[in-house]
Design a protein around this ligand. Structure first.
Ligand code: SF4
Length: 291
């Protein structure tokens, strides 16, 4: 295939075992982990967990990525749609509240093939960097129940510096509006699990609280009623060498952004301070990484 699935629109050739685009992913699905996961927001993980499918590769490849082995170095095991469908069935049998497809954009067609073989009877979550094209999201309309997009950078300069994507905000803002158009304001089950909706994640970066505040303002003005999960877990990883991003955020930085979110009266979630630890990085590509 000549791939135009994400906003990079490389048009690059992806064959069964080789990828020539920005993400360097072949057409064959590569998956780094399929296991229950308890560390998402309460309406996604609940008490039993979400069945998390961590796809290899990423269309954004942030310099500071906390999962660099899979996002930059594409570590993973090949899967067919039938094998993925079997894994989804095992996750449902294990009692998962939801199924999460994590950075799955380059494999959207293969995932749709898997879901044609087995449609889990629980909400399907599309966990994404936010760097999506509306055309690709339209392929997921009526299939994905819950969108879980990041909203990372407001300025072209930071999009360019961190992810070689100066158009990050232009694309992500348009994509998130499309996600909300598809799913509406959140609907929760009696158990508190989100059955339908969009939940926006924002990770505060050191020295960049003004970007965080501008993004929260955009959500408040553009998408009233859409919840935000404010994340404070940033730790320098993946050998990041961008000046200023070599430290965790300070308590003062966190409070500045949190207080702004509270002042805007945005619905959502605040992350616990203990989450800024490498203990929460999952184990990828080992035998025990797959259910
Ligand atoms: S998914 Fe990969 S190959 Fe396709 S357009 Fe995006 S970066 Fe390029």
């Amino acid at each position: 295939m000549n791939c135009t699935l994400c906003p990079r629109r490389c048009g690059a050739l992806r064959t069964a075992d080789c990828g020539q685009g920005f993400c360097q992913l072949p057409e064959t699905m590569l998956i780094a982990r399929i296991q229950p996961h308890l560390w998402e927001e309460p309406p996604i993980s609940g008490s039993q967990g979400t069945g998390a499918v961590f796809f290899s590769g990423c269309t954004l490849r942030c310099a500071y990525c906390q999962n660099g082995d899979i996002s930059h170095r594409n570590a993973g095991k090949p899967f067919t749609p039938a094998e993925l469908a079997d894994s989804l069935r095992r996750l449902v049998d294990a009692g998962m509240h939801t199924i999460s497809f994590i950075t799955a954009t380059p494999y959207v067609h293969q995932i749709l093939d898997a879901l044609a073989l087995y449609r889990p009877p629980v909400p399907l979550v599309w966990n994404t960097s936010g760097y999506e094209s509306v055309e690709t999201l339209r392929l997921l309309e009526g299939v994905i129940d819950v969108y879980l997009p990041d909203l990372k950078h407001r300025s072209e300069a930071m999009g360019r510096l961190c992810a070689k994507a100066p158009d990050y905000f232009a694309c992500a803002s348009e994509a998130i509006c499309e996600m909300v158009r598809q799913t509406g304001t959140p609907v929760y089950g009696a158990d508190g699990i989100m059955q339908r909706g969009t939940l926006i994640r924002h990770l505060i970066l050191p020295g960049l609280t003004s970007e965080s505040i501008a993004l929260l303002d955009w959500v408040s003005e553009t998408l009233p009623g859409i919840p935000v999960s404010l994340m404070r877990q940033y730790i320098p990883m993946n050998g990041v060498n961008i000046p200023g991003l070599d430290r965790p955020i300070t308590e003062r930085e966190y409070r500045r952004v949190r207080d702004h979110m509270l002042a805007l009266d945005l619905p959502g979630y605040l992350q616990e301070p203990e989450s800024a630890s490498t203990d929460f990085v999952p184990v990828f590509c080992r035998a025990e990484s797959y259910i």
